[in-house]
Design a protein around this ligand. Structure first.
Ligand code: GTP
Ligand code: MG
Length: 288
């Protein structure tokens, strides 16, 4: 029997559901999903294995017009995800008025097979054909309108992806699931809780860095810094008498314990640094 394997990157504008699709395809909450745009900041690689296939998915940040160095880094992750891609999924949603031509033109120039998906179809009742019009100028292999909330739709997407992949032996061993380190996964779980528990600019101004991760037989001890841009943001993260950071710590620890399936000790320290504009900080902390 022939074996199919390849790299599939998921790209598009912010908040269309890329990380949701990625997690559903992987059947694991590896990438952060929130209702705020610009949630993902880095590429994340996850592997799905079947009897006769191995698909390597790459979730990417939504493309943003840059206001900070951070945004330039995020955009560079989108374009570097195309290197070696066997298929690109351009994810749109029913609200997206303007397709991202920078991304679509690049894909077309590089001649990478393109699978276009319009997400969040569960939120419409009218004729779905209209939504497909915006893609008429593009040379895609397939165009779908669907909902990432539907298991049936996810199964169809998975089947299509495998059909599009070349015959190739697996790139990774069967037990290899992600390139993210345990430190990166931990910092993303903490960051997710910052996105869900703080308002306005706080999530976008926070960076979580796990600086120590020590596992013994019974417990994992995790020490992390939360970098924010100003003293006033630090006060907000900490909250009255430390109540907000305490809550953040409890929620994050519970989820870390769920993910690693072992008791976790979590220590959070807030630091102030203008990290979003610091090339050095981003270079050291946002791994390519
Ligand atoms: N109704 C509905 N909501 C969805 C669907 N797919 C994703 N969402 C929601 O859309 C929001 C954004 O989802 P994400 O997966 O974080 O989007 P993203 O494209 O990764 O966003 P960035 O990382 O910020 O670029 C979340 O609130 C999801 O729950 C869907 O099929 N239907
Ligand atoms: Mg995302």
């Amino acid at each position: 029997m022939s074996f199919k394997s390849g790299f599939v990157s998921i790209v598009g504008n912010p908040n269309v559901g890329k990380s949701t699709l990625f997690n559903k395809l992987l059947n694991e909450d590896l990438s952060i999903v929130t209702n705020k745009p610009q949630t993902s900041r880095n590429k994340i690689l996850g592997v799905v294995n079947g009897m006769n296939y191995q698909v390597i998915f790459i979730d990417t940040p939504g493309y943003v017009n840059p206001s900070y160095k951070l945004h330039e880094y995020m955009n560079s992750k989108v374009f570097s995800s195309f290197d070696g891609s066997d298929l690109v999924i351009y994810l749109s949603d029913i609200y997206e008025k303007k397709l991202n031509n920078k991304i679509l033109d690049f894909i077309s120039k590089k001649n990478i097979p393109l699978y276009c998906i319009i997400n969040k179809a569960d939120l419409i009742k009218n004729d779905k054909k209209d939504y497909k019009q915006k893609f008429k100028l593009f040379n895609y292999k397939k165009l779908h309108i669907l909902s990432c909330k539907s298991e049936k739709d996810i199964d169809i997407v998975k089947k299509n992806i495998i059909d599009f992949l070349p015959n190739h032996k697996p790139y990774y061993p069967k037990d290899y699931f992600t390139s993210s380190s345990k430190r990166e996964i931990s910092s993303e779980i903490i960051r997710k809780n910052i996105f869900l528990n703080y308002k306005q600019e706080i999530p976008f101004s926070s960076f979580v860095q796990v600086y120590s991760f020590k596992k013994s037989k019974e417990i994992i001890k995790i020490f992390a810094y939360i970098f924010v841009e100003s003293e006033s943001q630090k006060k907000i993260i900490i909250g009255k008498k430390g109540s907000s950071i305490k809550n953040l710590g409890i929620l994050s620890r519970e989820q870390l314990e769920g993910f690693f399936n072992i008791k976790v000790f979590l220590d959070l320290t807030v630091k102030v640094k203008r990290w979003r504009s610091s090339i050095e900080f981003l270079k050291n902390n946002l791994i390519s």
